[in-house]
Design a protein around this ligand. Structure first.
Ligand code: ADP
Length: 469
């Protein structure tokens, strides 16, 4: 079991190239993260390859037990993990944030232990006999972003290990300590080499994708980087699962109770201070309830405390980095310049330390505004008025991405009728963004391809093999 201090000491750079890590809420240094070289990548991949035979030789039940032991280890050091995460990523300990994220890591490990992907007999008659088996890929490359650095890593590591693969993970350069801290806890349980971590930026990620020993890459990040990874995968026909950007629409039909849905709308959009791939990023509200929804949302949002992550009262935090602060700031300024109405926020205190952007609601905004058309990935929600369902569906489907969407209505059948017309990998009814380890998750259009979670997630880190005859 680790404390914050022992865990931080374990992952702090010990000589060699390093990068200072600062708390995005205060600007204060919290530690220094190692920066690995291409030679470090080579040795990590070599260790992961060497670890394969013993790992694959374990029975399915042994690996299942190991995943359960990993979940216990995460829980024993949960508070230390949450503190590293909060201080480096910025997210508060409370609310659906750091403690929630660490808890989700343990749940995902247990769920992957519970799942089963048995072989199937696909033909058994006078014409022959054929069985479909799922073999490990070998070594899986896991490349993760900075918004949910522990949970997304576990989403990819847990099924990979369960299926008998070893893993080389590369955390985001913005949340290196979080990635290393999680791996340190897991590696107290795992045999050496089964989970390796290399740190660094896009050049290390690119080199990892190009290594011939890496049979599969699980990637979560931007669509632009996803395109580069597709190109890099071509030489070795490296298999890919890509969970890329989104610009999820939420659609509120005229029969809702605005006060009753306000809290779920709020968290759908503002979870992790808006820095979530499948968050609600553009809200379309029917004219009949538009003013009431805006008022209910503003009333609720104005009461949600934003502050330094380690303060127990905070449920919203800073943006993780300056780049993202600037994106949100520019999009809100563009909306203001076009005459949209800022109902809440929109005016950051530029003298305050840290990358705090206030909770912002922008109403009476037209669909062409950049805040609607581009992914803001921060706490600024545009609310577009609609009266014509066909026009609204067309507007929602205008995006080149299609990760998630939601429809809000008292009439489930009416909501589903709209849902089926939306071009998105998941459409939630009366909620937005909830994921479950047994429910497949993946994007449509430029939000990527391949499915994570559930049995489909196990298949994504396996190679099908037919035994025929
Ligand atoms: P975000 O800014 O949302 O984190 P990115 O797509 O830039 O999205 O980064 C996600 C992850 O991809 C990070 O770990 C980053 O270092 C890595 N990465 C960036 N460029 C490349 C690349 N060309 N090849 C592989 N990985 C990359």
């Amino acid at each position: 079991m680790y404390t914050y201090d022992t865990l931080l000491a374990k992952v702090t750079a010990a000589g060699g190239p390093a990068r200072e890590v600062t708390d995005p809420a205060t600007g204060q240094p919290i530690g220094s993260a190692p920066v690995h070289t291409l030679a470090d990548l080579d040795s990590a991949v070599a260790r992961a390859v060497d670890a394969r035979p013993a790992w694959v030789a374990q029975s399915d039940d042994e690996r299942r037990q190991t995943l359960l032991a990993l979940a216990d280890a995460v829980e024993e050091s949960a508070e230390a993990l949450a503190l590293v995460l909060s201080r480096e990523q910025g997210k508060p300990l409370n609310g659906p944030n750091a403690r929630f994220e660490v808890g989700a890591c343990a749940s995902w490990l247990r769920a992957n232990a519970a799942l089963d992907l048995p072989s199937e007999t696909v033909l058994d008659d006078e014409s022959g006999h054929a069985e479909l088996h799922y073999r490990p890929v070998g070594t899986v490359g896991v490349i993760t972003p900075w918004n949910w650095p522990m949970m997304i890593a576990i989403w990819q590591i847990a099924p990979s290990l369960r299926m008998g693969n070893t893993v080389v993970a590369k955390p985001s350069e913005h949340t290196t300590l979080s990635g290393l801290a999680l791996a340190a806890v897991l590696n107290d349980v795992l045999p050496a080499g089964v989970l390796e971590v290399v740190t660094g930026a896009g050049d290390i990620g690119d080199a990892l994708v190009r290594r011939p020993e890496i049979g599969k890459v699980m990637f979560t990040g931007s669509t632009a980087t996803g395109s580069k990874i597709i190109a890099a995968s071509a030489d070795n026909i490296t298999r890919l699962t890509l969970e890329l950007g989104g610009n999820d629409a939420g659609i509120v039909l005229p029969d809702v109770d605005p006060t009753a849905i306000a809290e779920d709308l709020f968290w759908g959009a503002f979870i992790n201070t808006g820095q979530t791939c499948a968050a609600l990023k553009r809200l379309y509200v029917h004219d009949d309830v538009y003013d009431d929804v805006v008022t209910a949302l503003a009333e609720l949002a104005s009461r949600m405390p934003m502050g330094v992550g380690t303060e127990e009262a905070s449920v919203l935090g800073p943006l993780q980095n300056k780049m993202q602060f600037d994106v949100v700031d520019a999009l809100v300024e563009e909306a203001k310049a076009r005459g949209a109405r800022v109902v809440l926020g929109g005016d950051p205190d530029r003298d305050r330390p840290g990358y705090f952007y206030p909770t912002t609601l922008v109403a009476d905004i037209d669909d062409d505004a950049e805040l609607v058309q581009r992914e803001q990935f921060g706490p600024a929600l545009p609310i577009v008025r609609f009266s014509d369902v066909d026009g609204m569906v067309a507007a929602a489907n205008r995006a080149e991405v299609g990760l998630g969407a939601s429809v809000w209505s008292a009439d489930r059948a009416a909501a589903i009728a709209v849902a089926t017309r939306l071009e998105a990998g998941t459409v939630w009814i009366n909620s937005h963004g909830g994921v479950h380890p047994f429910v497949p998750f993946g994007g449509a259009k430029q939000s990527g391809y391949g499915l994570e979670f559930g049995v489909e997630g196990l298949k994504s880190v396996a190679v099908p093999q037919v035994i025929s005859g």
